[in-house]
Design a binder for this molecule. Sequence first.
Ligand code: HEC
Length: 307
Amino acid sequence: MSNRRWLFNLRTLPRVAFAAAACAASNAAVAQTGNAANGEVLYRTDVLIDGFPAACRDCHDAGALGRQFVNQGLDEAGITSRISAAINGNRGPGMGAYSSWTAQQRADLGAYVYLSATSAPPPPLAPAPPPPSAPTPAATPNPVLFGATQVGTTSPTVGVLFTNSSGATINFASPAITAVGGATSEFLAALPPSGTTMCGASLAPGTSCSFGAQFRPQASGARSATWIVSFTGGVAAATLTLDGMATASQAPAPAPPPASPSPSPSPAPAPSAANAPTSGGGGATGGLALAALAMLAALRRRSTGAA
Ligand code: HEC
């Protein structure tokens, strides 16, 4: 009998002690201990804030929130009371939307945040790290398409627009444009169509600029080339595909004036300065620095007398 009583005391004593300790701790801060698994679900649960569904994790990643707290020496109860204070104080853009969440739900959130901050592996909901540098400006159109063009003639200029939608200024490399594959000598960099802003050395955030491309086929059929547009500062290069359809030189030669003794082949003599830049001559195309295009623009302005 007395033995049994002793056993009973041994069994219950630790629980009683634990309950007393928990009580003492909760008196200091917040009433209940939370359930981290429920807390994780709550952390991902949407509420409407200004009409938009948002969950805790959309604005806070669990790990960052928790690490900060733990570094400040907060335990689970402390974190729970900070969460409650943020809700009651309507922190951020509308955390008051959680005001109907019960003390138990807030405690569950506290338990989850505390657990994710103290568990060794990185937080389960941490977002992917941001990309290291500004993204490559978008080039449009890409592929650059040219309509049917007779062999030996030069197509109208097609403008290629670059848009920097990143928050940082992006600088073109020098050379900026390099022809790397395909019929490299049949596609030429040129001044952009009038009315568009020509690319300079750099492209400010939120702005666009263009350069031109022309097709001057030397053989009939589908022709294509690849250009690389390069940037400095670790911004990935853009690959441009240029596609054109070349028609045989003699086929569409209009027959009307019967006087001309030599049919067609007078090869268009170097048409305009704008057509000059890319091809160094022997097929392999040198890179084109934008400064070269800028010089051409100045030349063209001078020759046309335009301001
Ligand atoms: C719409 C975005 C948004 C949502 C959703 C949101 N918060 Fe916040 N929260 C904020 C902003 C902004 C602040 C103020 C930033 C600060 O205090 O550093 C804040 C502050 C806090 C703070 C106070 C930080 C401190 O140092 O005391 C806590 C804790 C917190 N939020 C937890 C939560 C929890 C838990 C949820 C989900 C129940 C949640 N938040 C949902 C945006 C949000």
